[in-house]
Design a protein around this ligand. Structure first.
Ligand SMILES: Cc1ncc(C[n+]2csc(CCOP(=O)(O)OP(=O)(O)O)c2C)c(N)n1
Length: 271
């Protein structure tokens, strides 16, 4: 029995479990991807701060045996900025929902990317505001029914990876909870990167997005729906703009080096 236990579970905060995620939610998978990445990189959580704002995704750091901040919706990157300026050697990892990062925290997001703040953001995009009951988010696909768009959303969604890349992020990739191997590899790359690194993971929310937008509360239905819409970068190149807008384009979009933000006037080039 003991041999089959995931060794990465040693990074779980003693007494932290059971978790609060709904059955079938992807946040537990993302927690597991992160644990695997940390374990494979042989990182210690002792020199790491993990931050969550408010939301289902924001609960992920609560289960980690690292120093953790949990509590203000959309302000994770403001905290991260303060921590990095005080202690540049600290590894800072933010777990954010799509609402947290791209709606209330959207302004912090673009400026963290522009400055190339040396933090990793793992963004769980479940396509809605889940914790508050399934409202429309800036990432909700066009025409989706949610609790606040009963006739379908008329707003085009953000492509968060393109937004991050345009703002200046230096590592950007997107995967889904269906693509565990690639997601773990991307988190490893992000954790090893110096500068603003973003890994977006499209994830299933059976409780809200599944029920309201797709008419099914089954995680498997939602995972299949996500998979049917997923295309690689190479496949996306053959699609028209209109077709691409309805797909989740997966891959590593940006990997580059540039000076990181290290204070109001000082930019650090390398170490
Ligand atoms: C300042 C502030 N505004 C609004 C809220 C209410 N609120 C709590 S969680 C949440 C949505 C969370 O959605 P998202 O960030 O996408 O995370 P998810 O729950 O979907 O993982 C909102 C609007 C709040 N807690 N604080």
């Amino acid at each position: 029995m003991t041999a089959s236990v995931n060794p990465a579970r040693r990074h779980i905060r003693p007494g932290g479990l059971p978790h609060f995620f709904c059955p079938g939610c992807g946040s537990g998978q993302v927690l597991n991807f992160f644990l695997k990445a940390v374990d494979e990189l042989n990182l210690s959580l002792d020199n790491m701060v993990t931050i969550g704002g408010v939301g289902c995704t924001a609960r992920i750091p609560v289960y980690l045996n690292a120093d953790t901040l949990h509590g203000v919706h959309g302000r994770t990157l403001a905290w991260a900025t303060g921590m990095k300026l005080h202690n540049p050697e600290l590894k800072v990892v933010v777990f954010a929902g799509d609402g947290d990062a791209a709606s209330i925290g959207g302004n912090h997001f673009i400026h963290a990317a522009r400055r190339n703040l040396d933090v990793t953001m793992i963004l769980v995009n479940n396509l809605n505001f889940a914790m508050t009951g399934g409202q429309v988010a800036p990432t909700t696909p066009l025409q989706s029914t949610t609790t606040t768009t009963p006739y379908g959303s008329s707003e085009p969604p953000f492509d968060i990876c393109r937004l991050a890349a345009a703002a200046g992020a230096t590592y950007v990739s997107r995967w889904t909870t269906n693509r565990a191997h690639q997601a773990v590899r991307a988190i490893k790359a992000a954790l090893s990167h110096r500068g603003f690194s973003l890994v977006e993971i499209i994830s299933q929310c059976p409780t809200h997005f599944g029920r309201y937008a797709l008419g099914s509360g089954k995680a498997a239905d939602l995972l299949n729906w996500i998979e049917e819409r997923s295309v690689t970068l190479a496949q996306a190149e053959k699609l028209s703009d209109g077709e691409r807008a309805e797909r989740f384009v997966l891959g590593e979009f940006i990997k580059m080096e540039r000076p990181v933000f290290a204070g109001s006037t000082i930019y650090e080039v390398g170490r």
